[in-house]
Design a protein around this ligand. Structure first.
Ligand SMILES: [Zn+2]
Length: 134
């Protein structure tokens, strides 16, 4: 699975895999993790892909992960399993894993209190893209 990412993404030098409980809980409840609910998420997460369950250690999982990675994902949610974070270095990949869980927790609080998580305004996302070149 890790090697499959490195083969299709020359910009990725580190892949971190974890079993984030809040991310999995929201995903299994049918919610999409949003990349636009905080400034940090806009800058660091950018694109999240979600793939259907494939058993760990199989070629099928590696192929599904490679397809998601080739679409430019910075994080891949492995349904019923966990997450993968793709970084230019180990620190960035670990930060993506931790931020995913934080965002999922924020979204869980919003849903629990009966609100859809509000997003950063699109015009501000465009500002960030220009300002930080993302
Ligand atoms: Zn695992």
């Amino acid at each position: 699975m890790h090697a499959a990412v490195y083969k299709v993404r020359p910009d990725v030098n580190a892949v971190v895999h974890a079993h984030n409980p809040m991310v999995l809980g929201l995903t299994l409840a049918g919610k999409k993790i949003k990349t636009t609910i905080t400034d940090e998420a806009v800058l660091l997460l950018r694109r999240i892909e979600e793939i259907e369950f494939k058993f760990p250690g199989t070629t099928q999982l590696a192929e599904a992960v490679a397809q998601a990675a080739s679409r430019g994902a910075r994080a891949i949610i492995l349904k019923n399993h966990g997450v993968l974070a793709l970084g230019t270095n180990l620190l960035e990949a670990e930060a993506i894993v931790e931020l995913l869980e934080a965002i999922a927790t924020i979204e869980f609080v919003c849903y629990t209190l009966g609100r859809e998580p509000p997003e950063v305004p699109p015009e501000e996302i465009e500002v960030a893209k220009k300002y930080w070149g993302i």
